[in-house]
Design a binder for this molecule. Sequence first.
Ligand code: GLN
Length: 233
Amino acid sequence: MNIYGDYGNALVLKRRLQWYGYDPVMLTYDPGDEFPEAPDILIGGGGQDSGQDRIQQDLLDIGQRLHTLADQDIPMLMICGLYQLFGHFFETREGSRISGIGILDAETYGTDSRLIGNVVAESSEFGRIIGYENHSGQTYLGVQVTPLARVTTGEGNNQKDEHEGARYRNVLGSYLHGALLPKNPAVADFLIGTAVEQRFAEKLPELSAPSSAPLSLNALTDQARRTAASRPR
Ligand code: GLN
């Protein structure tokens, strides 16, 4: 699934890996495709309830494979609709349950409120995380996961506990679109750094972004972060 720019996360990972000197191969996966043999990073996006319904069976079919990869510490980033389905279930407003695969110990309930707007959240590991939410499902975390961040602007997982996202091992779930990674290079580098360490047993080298960009990479990122954070909800 892919909504509100989530595909941008894939582009950021690819480009940053190139800047770090690697030669990434980006594969797409749709229901029914053959699941890749040994993926280094897995990312997934959001979708409407109807899209979640459509991919559900395929996700359940590959669920065991995904559990194995998660327990091998493969880094993953799942946004919104797939975040919900990496949890135990998404119960729609009408009361029907779309089963998830339960890698993340979390439950999601459809509500009549739609949570929309830019979000600012503080994470002890990644610093300030900025993104855009648009969901009516509200997610509650169990004890096997930790929240990704604490919301200071916006709602995040739900309207009660100020939590945004979830983490189990190297699997991150988040409600933040926009896409998330262009505005949050610390999260991108966590995914990349973890994958590089696992694949090559080495630390990330120095980043060498092209100097031909009109603004430096950091300046562009900072500008996007400031703009998003200053917009009214
Ligand atoms: N359908 C889900 C909800 O509204 C997910 C939406 C999304 O992925 N943006 O809660």
